[in-house]
Design a protein around this ligand. Structure first.
Ligand SMILES: NC(=O)c1ccc[n+]([C@@H]2O[C@H](COP(=O)([O-])OP(=O)(O)OC[C@H]3O[C@@H](n4cnc5c(N)ncnc54)[C@H](O)[C@@H]3O)[C@@H](O)[C@H]2O)c1
Ligand SMILES: [Zn+2]
Ligand SMILES: [Zn+2]
Length: 381
């Protein structure tokens, strides 16, 4: 696919990617997903998203070619490729902060590189394509275990680790009430994973009814439509004996709806790094001394949040891009043992050529879409 400007993506011929470094591999894509993170690019809210870029940071594929220094992968391997591009050697990779690699992204000092995620995240083309160049091929790409469904494998490149890390960062204690804002794929997975950490009650809040129904059955969770609540924060207090949730998870990020001023400043005028409505609600709905876990993505510029309440309530905020490689061993086990069933989130299987329709359906939340996967021609014969 080829980004042409806000709300415009189309299919195009591009030159075959080539090995540019001895640690590169070229992968023939077998699955690629569209993510809520791609919607920030699609809507034009990520700085330095250049026309011509191929998006796609969630993909699996067959290794077609390897550079001279690649040792762990061989041609023909079917791999799942974590969305973080990480060198494996820098001081942050050494701490397993693979989302914060200091080497892979020469454009920024905050985030490491991400496939297909603008020049702010390194300028690498992504996997919503037939072929993709995979740098540092020995570090993160992981051979799909025998017997694993490729639909499960592609969900392990982002959604599963991000949902899991959202719950992990929330420091859930046995019996805790967990409130997840956002019933997209990431929020649904975070709610599901909250139980693995011992939650006693899991609440999911969104405004898209079919997604709430999905979360109710899949997580499972208590679900509420914020359009039917007069005041989300007041509701959260009422339903928790006026204490607030023990932890709140922001699985919405920059495109949040629900507050006209935040939407105007963060989504229309792009005067802040996104609309912080869900984060605002999270901070005000959590109990004193509670934890806020943020996986929803915001841009690099300032954003209006009630920092005074964070201070006066004594909150802990934990946030990051998911460190996919760190979490993969235990999450592969969870999928293999049936504890997690991520492919159940895939609602749409779309030929790669119809990528612009897939973006429109996912973005506008049409046709009960939770997660679309794009299938290149080579896997459809
Ligand atoms: N940290 C990471 O590593 C990481 C990885 C993947 C995705 N993400 C981010 O996680 C977020 C969710 O991703 P997704 O794929 O589930 O996206 P999505 O766009 O499919 O889902 C977001 C959901 O939030 C809902 N929403 C909007 N405003 C809300 C509000 N005020 N309160 C509650 N819900 C609200 C929307 O209706 C939608 O269902 C995005 O910001 C994405 O960029 C982060
Ligand atoms: Zn993603
Ligand atoms: Zn690194």
């Amino acid at each position: 696919m080829n980004y042409r400007g806000p709300l415009r993506v189309r299919i195009d011929e591009k030159p075959m990617p080539e090995i540019l470094h001895p640690q590169d591999a070229i992968v023939r894509v077998t699955r690629s997903c569209i993510c809520g993170s791609d919607l920030h690019l699609y809507n034009g809210s990520v700085p330095d998203t250049r026309p011509g870029m191929t998006f796609g940071h969630e993909f699996t594929g067959i290794v077609e070619q390897i550079g001279g220094e690649v040792q762990k992968l061989k041609v023909g391997d079917h791999v799942l490729v974590p969305f973080n591009i990480a060198c494996g050697k820098c001081v942050f990779c050494q701490q397993e902060l693979y989302g914060n690699c200091h080497e892979s992204n020469s454009e920024a000092t905050a985030v490491g590189a991400i496939y297909g995620y603008s020049h702010t995240a390194g300028g690498y083309d992504g996997g919503q394509a037939e072929y993709v160049r995979v740098p540092y091929a020995d570090v993160s790409p992981t051979v799909i275990p025998d017997g694993m469904d490729p639909d499960d494998a592609v969900m392990l490149t982002d959604v599963v680790p991000t949902g899991y890390q959202a719950a992990e960062m929330a420091g859930i204690q046995p019996g805790d009430t967990v409130c997840v804002f956002g019933a997209g794929p990431v929020g649904i997975m975070a709610a599901r994973c909250a139980w693995l950490f011992g939650a006693g009650r899991v609440i999911v809040i969104d405004c898209v009814q079919y997604r709430l129904e999905f979360a109710r059955n899949y997580a499972p969770a208590e679900v509420y439509n914020f359009k039917e609540l007069d005041d989300v924060v007041l509701f959260m207090k009422k339903t928790t004996d006026w204490m607030g949730a023990d932890v709140c998870i922001d699985a919405v990020g920059a495109e949040a709806a629900g507050n006209a001023m935040q939407s105007l400043l963060g989504r229309k005028l792009l005067m802040q790094g996104g609309s912080a409505t869900a984060l605002h609600w999270a901070i005000n709905s959590v109990k004193k001394g509670g934890i806020i876990s943020i996986v929803g993505v915001y841009g690099p510029i300032d954003t209006l949040v009630p920092i005074g309440n964070v201070l006066n309530k004594g909150l802990t905020i934990r946030a990051n891009q998911a460190s996919v490689k760190r979490l993969l061993p235990r999450l592969i086990e969870h999928v293999q043992s049936g504890v997690l069933n991520p492919k159940a989130l895939i609602t749409h299987r779309v030929p790669l050529e119809y990528v612009s329709d897939a973006y429109r359906i996912f973005s506008a939340k049409l046709d009960n879409c939770i997660k679309p996967v794009l299938l290149p021609p080579s896997v459809r014969s």
